[in-house]
Design a protein around this ligand. Structure first.
Ligand SMILES: [Zn+2]
Length: 249
């Protein structure tokens, strides 16, 4: 080799030559025995190897075991998805997995609805809406933490959106309207999890997602109107308004 072979860097030219030699192989994925034979064959074809160096052989075996050699031309593979290649949704899911590991939340941004609705839904998913329970947790002194709508239960986001009688009635009517056996959800993240597993066309899923966003948005609007508007929204117009917004967005 011409250099000090006790140094690892001295083996680099040999490693490079090895990799170059095996890159020309075009056979179906080969067995462990076949890989070993391949390594030995390539090693034997290289000049000035001298005695077998076990450490180098192990290194080269490791490297070749990581290589799947097949027929055809070389091509790029999107490592997040070997089957369909690059996709934005897989990338988003990957970012969600690593950036938001504790929350298990999807950064689902729906282009059909206004920006403020997406932000509202994102805050709902993070449980950051200023419900009475959340305000109390942040140390604000408020007269009551009971639900604005029913006054029976602590006002959490999941109670307001899925358990309060107003929400239960609205979701029931939504189910009838879309003629789909939606499960009973207890939190927005349950809805997202179900939605992501729901096998339907992208178009149908997008429409249902808009309806879901419209429903929770209207429940929140209705709740706020009871507190801050005079006169407040009428409950009887809620469902029609959900349908109207779902079409218009
Ligand atoms: Zn309630």
């Amino acid at each position: 080799m011409g250099g000090n072979m006790k140094r690892i860097s001295s083996w680099d030219p040999l490693k490079l030559r090895f990799v170059k030699n095996i890159s020309g192989w075009k056979v179906n994925p080969i067995s462990i025995g076949g890989r070993l034979t391949l390594v030995k064959a390539v090693m034997g074809s290289l000049p000035n190897i001298g005695a077998t160096n076990e450490a180098l052989l192990r290194y080269l075996c490791e490297k070749i075991n990581q290589v799947a050699i097949g027929e055809g031309s070389d091509y790029y593979v999107w490592s997040l998805s070997n089957d369909v290649g690059y996709s934005v949704s897989r990338t988003r899911a990957h970012i969600d997995d690593y950036v938001l590991p504790s929350a298990h939340l999807s950064t689902m941004w729906c282009l059909q609805v206004p920006r403020k609705i997406n932000i509202f839904v994102w805050r709902l998913a993070l449980d950051r809406l200023p419900t009475r329970l959340n305000l109390s947790r942040r140390g604000l002194e408020i007269k009551s933490i009971s639900c604005v709508l029913c006054n029976h239960v602590m006002e959490s986001a999941h109670h307001l959106m899925f358990e309060c009688e107003v929400a239960v009635e609205l979701w029931r009517r939504v189910r009838l309207w879309i003629d789909l056996l939606l499960p009973r959800f207890t939190e927005w993240t349950d809805w997202i999890a179900w939605f992501e597993d729901w096998r339907e066309s992208e178009d149908t899923k997008a429409r249902l997602y808009v309806i879901g966003e419209s429903t929770v948005w209207h429940i929140w609007r209705f709740r706020n109107s009871q507190l801050f508007e005079q006169p407040p929204m009428k409950r009887c117009i809620l469902f029609d308004s959900i349908r109207l917004f779902s079409f218009n967005w």
